[in-house]
Design a protein around this ligand. Structure first.
Ligand code: DAS
Length: 360
């Protein structure tokens, strides 16, 4: 009885303080950034039969609300809400998916109650979507694309921490104005530079010129800035793009023939990306077909199949001026396809296309 008597003032103080603590917690939460998570599918939404299945699983199964519920710590760093935009494996992304996603992101970033956007995405074409958004989103708000290499059902799954990191990056004021970003494996990459370089490790995404920064325990650390035009400094605007011209990629290799190039041109490609050996080289027996294709009005763009750092120079391995071809600079074939398709919404002029490839 005596003990209770002594404790009474503590209880009274607690009862008095509790409402203030609750109000303080609410006030702190209200200061957290508002981040919208747009889910599109992929491994980060994947599920395997057992925890030992890190590579055998079904992608695009887990809905966005379960992804968010699976990382309760998100509520400590942001006020998060989720939308299920698609539920597909990203190898099935089409230009229509890019346009639909891009237009939705553009609507969201206009809102004063949205501070940043996270897009959960399959890793196979994540680099293409990230580059596309980097070219056409006229905002300096953080847009962060994230995926995972293992499904959430696997031992040492990487999706939870990747999602937490992506929300931390999207909610950070320091992430503003750096273009569309990709947060994978604790690194922050430019959506322009990054590509999937390994298909079986959690350290899968590489940028030939290095990541922009790191994210560790919810904090961002920056070491470099993008040098190429993007987002608010871009001449392209998703609000003015309602169709993406068809651009295809043909691979260069020993014993190659001109069959694929001709087929793409006949099927209506507006440009063909030549994924060339070395410095974007073109086999002698393919050159005549590419000259005819160019004369028919289809653009020829030389890229390099060399991964993680190809760099195609104009007039080095081929007389690009004479043939009126374009070079893709340091963009790999799949990135060159995205830029060519976006650029062709504004110009058909090969000199303008070449300028665009130097600048973006
Ligand atoms: N199929 C792959 C994709 O959806 C799975 C993944 O790695 O996310 O891109």
């Amino acid at each position: 009885m005596k003990t209770l008597h002594k404790l009474a003032p503590c209880f009274a103080a607690m009862m008095f303080l509790l409402p203030y603590q609750a109000a303080h917690a609410e006030a702190a939460k209200a200061k957290l950034p508002n981040v919208v998570i747009l889910a599109t599918g992929g491994t980060i939404a994947g599920a395997g039969a057992s925890a030992a299945n890190s590579a055998t699983y079904q992608a695009a199964k887990v809905p966005v609300d379960k992804l968010i519920a699976g990382v309760p710590e998100l509520s400590n760093i942001a006020q998060v809400r989720g939308e299920q935009v698609f539920q597909i494996a990203s190898e099935s992304f089409t230009n229509d998916h890019l346009l639909q996603l891009g237009k939705h992101v553009a609507e969201l970033v206009k809102r004063s109650d949205v501070d940043g956007v996270v897009i959960t995405h399959g890793t196979d074409t994540l680099e293409e979507t990230a580059y596309f958004l980097n070219l056409v989103q006229r905002t300096d708000k953080p847009i962060v694309v994230v995926g995972s290499m293992r499904p959430g059902t696997a031992m040492s799954a990487d999706g939870m921490l990747n999602l937490y990191n992506a929300v931390a990056v999207a909610g950070s004021k320091d992430s503003r104005g750096k273009g569309v970003l990709v947060a994978m494996n604790d690194e922050i990459h430019s959506g322009r530079d990054v590509s999937k370089a390994v298909n079986i490790k959690t350290e899968a995404f590489k940028s030939p010129w290095g990541p922009l920064g790191m994210v560790v325990e919810g904090k961002t650390y920056w070491f470099r800035l993008p040098a190429k035009r993007h987002t608010v400094n871009s001449e392209f605007d998703i609000k003015r793009i309602n169709a993406l011209p068809s651009v295809d990629i043909a691979y260069g290799y020993g014993n190659v023939t001109d069959t694929a190039y001709k087929a793409f041109a006949q099927q209506g490609a507006k440009a063909i990306i030549h994924a060339g050996t070395g410095n974007g080289s073109v086999a002698a027996k393919v050159v005549p077909a590419l000259q005819d294709i160019r004369k028919s009005g289809v653009h020829v763009i030389r890229s390099s199949r060399v991964n993680a750092g190809g760099f195609v120079l104009r007039n080095a391995e081929q007389p690009d001026d004479k043939y009126d071809w374009v070079v893709a600079h340091d963009l790999n074939p799949q990135k060159a396809r995205i830029l060519a398709s976006v650029a062709l919404t504004k110009t058909q002029d090969s000199k303008e296309l070449q300028r665009i490839f130097w600048e973006y």
